[in-house]
Design a protein around this ligand. Structure first.
Ligand SMILES: [Zn+2]
Ligand SMILES: [Zn+2]
Length: 90
């Protein structure tokens, strides 16, 4: 993991932008392949920019369903499955 932390500078005022949210999953939780973005904001002029997330280090593959999701969030597919399971009795 030789990732270089490249500073993103604000295109508006040149201030170094700060990473607000890394690898934020875009789109619906029902999508299997989700697009992840890094959300940067400028502390000076409050400009917000999205960058396609290339460093998805904390992505995990669910051992149950194979869904790729952020390690910070639960597997949405399994969460849905267990929610549905709760409504049915075998
Ligand atoms: Zn700015
Ligand atoms: Zn799962």
């Amino acid at each position: 993991m030789a990732e270089v932390n490249v500073a993103k500078s604000c295109p508006h005022c040149g201030t170094e932008m700060t990473l607000k949210i890394a690898a934020y999953p875009m789109g619906s939780a029902f999508m299997k392949e989700r697009f992840h973005v890094d959300i940067y904001s400028c502390p000076s002029c409050k400009l917000v920019k999205l960058f396609e997330s290339e460093t998805v280090e904390d992505m995990v593959v669910c051992p149950k369903c194979g869904n790729r999701h952020s390690a910070k969030e639960c597997c949405s597919i399994c969460a849905l499955n267990s929610a549905f399971d709760g409504t049915f009795t075998n």
